[in-house]
Design a protein around this ligand. Structure first.
Ligand SMILES: Nc1nc2c(c(=O)[nH]1)N[C@H]1C(S)=C(S)[C@@H](COP(=O)(O)O)O[C@H]1N2
Ligand SMILES: [Mo]
Length: 355
């Protein structure tokens, strides 16, 4: 079992996770070699809107700092399924149903024939502790979700968009969240056909929302519904219905409880805000005043930003904290709040020993 799974169980509870596998939609499941073939044969369409290549990654010069794009092999994974669903494109389809006047049903070919665009977006799990690693940034390619839903013509009483996976996981978010932000049905991640572990053939990505209310992998159905009638998988297990990603920052290097030699060293990490972007990152060493960190150029408001400062420490024990300020001037909150029911709060603080 990998670490992200263990964290999920610690955070959310293993009992709840067991239920999900019982009712796997068997008609979709195929032998894993067949999925591999389907993935290899799936050809990505050219996006209508390409994003430029980002500038040189500052992580190249700062050992220990997270790269801007999280390599897919290192990307965190959270799923309730014990076995990763293997989907056959022969039988798979995407349905948009529920409180709509014009239900839609699309094969993979029909879906990817629609215009696609690229989006740089940092996704996070609500179970990410302050300083935790259940977060990653990728370049996604997909089809605009708002366009598809508009085409389905939701009834005026619909207020929730609920995604369902082939393994019966579900996650719902407000229809009102489709407010022009670049929500998508993602078909690719970091330039590759969506990896099986991250939801092949397609998943939902909604900038600004935690995964458990939005980012359905192995997606097969979107239902327009009402919050007072349907709840996503995690909601009756104590997690909030509404879950925007919180303003946070993390120290990547030095490591907590690490030892380092004297001489100039970098303190560096990442900071992210739901949709507002990051305007400032500040670092405090021991009882000194807060210092402004250098922040990497803003690539998109939807992604994290890397930050760093140089530090020339004296020998002994030191305590380092970080806090971020978002694009609206909101300062990351100091009071510690646990992950349940809607995401951790507090400043990431580490202790290091300089020898
Ligand atoms: N089908 C399915 N989709 C899912 C989940 C799941 O358990 N099953 N977990 C969600 C949660 S809680 C998170 S945080 C994200 C994680 O996406 P990743 O595994 O690609 O990092 O997927 C979401 N989509
Ligand atoms: Mo999550």
């Amino acid at each position: 079992m990998d670490i992200s799974r263990r964290n999920l169980f610690k955070g959310i509870g293993a009992l709840a996770a067991v239920g999900a596998t019982a009712s796997v939609g068997a008609k979709f499941l195929v032998h894993s070699s067949a999925t591999k073939l389907a993935r290899i044969n799936a050809v990505l369409p050219k996006p209508l809107k390409f994003l430029p290549k980002p500038p040189v990654d500052p992580a190249l010069q700062t050992p220990g700092l997270s790269p801007f794009f999280t390599p897919t092999k290192d990307f965190f994974r959270i799923d309730t399924a014990f076995i990763v669903p293997k989907v056959s494109l022969d039988t798979w389809k995407l349905e948009i149903t529920g409180l709509v006047s014009n239900p839609i049903s699309l094969t993979y070919e029909q879906l990817i024939a629609r215009p696609t665009f690229e989006l740089d977006d940092t996704i996070s799990c609500v179970s990410n502790e302050v300083g935790g690693t259940l977060i990653g940034n990728a370049r996604w390619q997909g089809i605009r979700l708002d366009d598809l839903i508009k085409e389905a013509a939701p009834h005026s009483n619909a207020d929730q968009v609920m995604g369902y996976s082939v393994d019966d996981f579900s996650a719902g978010f407000p229809l009102a969240a489709l407010d022009g932000r670049d929500a998508m049905i993602a078909i690719a991640m970091n330039g590759e056909v969506l990896p099986t572990k991250h939801g092949f053939p397609v998943r939902i990505i909604v900038p600004g929302l935690y995964g458990y209310v939005s980012a359905v992998k192995w997606l097969t159905k979107i239902e327009l519904t009402r919050f007072d009638q349907k709840q996503g998988y995690w909601i009756d297990k104590g997690w909030s219905e509404l879950a925007p990603i919180k303003l946070q920052s993390r120290i990547d290097t030095p490591l907590n409880r690490g030892e380092l030699p004297t001489g100039t060293t970098a303190i560096a990490g990442v900071a992210w805000a739901s949709l507002a972007g990051i305007s400032k990152v500040e670092v405090r060493i021991d009882d000194q005043p807060w210092r402004s960190a250098t922040i990497a150029p803003e690539i998109a408001k939807t992604t994290w930003r890397q930050w760093w400062i140089d530090w020339n420490p004296t020998k002994g024990n030191h305590r380092i904290s970080v806090r971020a300020i978002d694009g609206n001037g909101v300062v990351q909150s100091e009071s510690e709040v646990p992950i349940a029911p809607n995401g951790a709060e507090g400043w990431h603080t580490i202790n290091v020993q300089v020898l």
